[in-house]
Design a protein around this ligand. Sequence first.
Ligand SMILES: [Zn+2]
Length: 421
Amino acid sequence: MAKQRAHRQKKASRTSRFHRFSKKQILVFGLLFATVGIIGLVTSFAASYPYDDAGQAKLPTDPTRGLVYDGLRKIKATAFWHPCHGGFEVKNVRAGNRPSCTHGPDPAPVGVDMTQPVDGLTTALANEQDATVFTQDQIPAMQKQAQEIVAAATTGLAPNSLPRTIPKCYGDGSDARRVQLLLVNTNVRDAATLSHMKSSLAITSERVETQVVMSSTTAGITSPNSVTRHIRYVQGTNCIPIVSQINMRARPGYDFTYADITAFLQVNGYNHSDRKYLIWFDGRTKICGAGSAYNDSSKESTNQANSYVGYAVVGPACWNRAGVELHELSHTLGAVQLDAPHTSGGYHCLDEQDVMCYADGVNGKTVNRKSVYVDPKCTKASLDLFLDCNDSDYFNASTTISTGSYIYQHWNTANSGFLGL
Ligand SMILES: [Zn+2]
């Protein structure tokens, strides 16, 4: 009897426990748990989804050519909400309230071995040869001389071959959007040497101004009705660009990455949304050149390339070579978008000759400084120092662009706020 009573009590107890919750309550709890589970799954998926780890594993790594990806994380092209989709997120660096993005490292010009140490002092001072300089009033004479140099060349030109142009003066020299020049040293230099390097690199920036002025008419061969563009440098007395010098602590035996250099600049206050920083890095690095790149081809002045900080880094082996300074700066200005007519798939173009065009290894193309297709108008190798030879992909300074064209309907770096008329 006692055993039966105990069994009945136990059964009753179970039943009453069960009846504490109504069926409706159980349904609500069930839905709640399911929702929490789904939110957890979606959150963890979204956190890991943008990273293209399989793509990262297949990158064409080659330190001798400067193709190193330390500090960069590949973002899937389909992760549309991520500002770096189709490119790389730079670890530990922000652009305002968002990740900082880059198109990754550009390969060094043929003949440059990035594993060999290079003294930035040597490459900086090599720029001073044949330093013919023109003022803004003398631009027609400068254009004539540059056109003759381009036309006479039978091979590609070094930037040193071009005449220098004193940049145009804008405002108070630092207002609104500007390209700011930085010399970042880990090599210890005395004050006189640093001063010499800074003035030599200012000469380089005057040749970049020449390249932009000449690109407004693509060295004189296309762009009807073009209006000349100039770089809005941070500038001082007589409009000369100012090179600011910053010391960075060396690490023996360590090669600094794009992420290291830009993170260092950011924590030191070089993080303004109205600045594109062109950085000559004087120290150990495998980087030939790398620049910020945002996946945004929208036409309006709100384009991300016009709205966020940009970092164009050039390693000492690539100073004053093959237009690397203008190449990286152009990336920060928004060239070449991934939907451009002649896109390489990796923020470059494939219709040579052009400072932004080369087969970059994306879309199955071989990694090379030279791409396969050469536009019939742009066959001269010397045009390789200038922007958008056929004015169709990222830079067109004409006032009469066809309204049906890609460049009319999308971002045109000639309209960048970092350039001026
Ligand atoms: Zn590039």
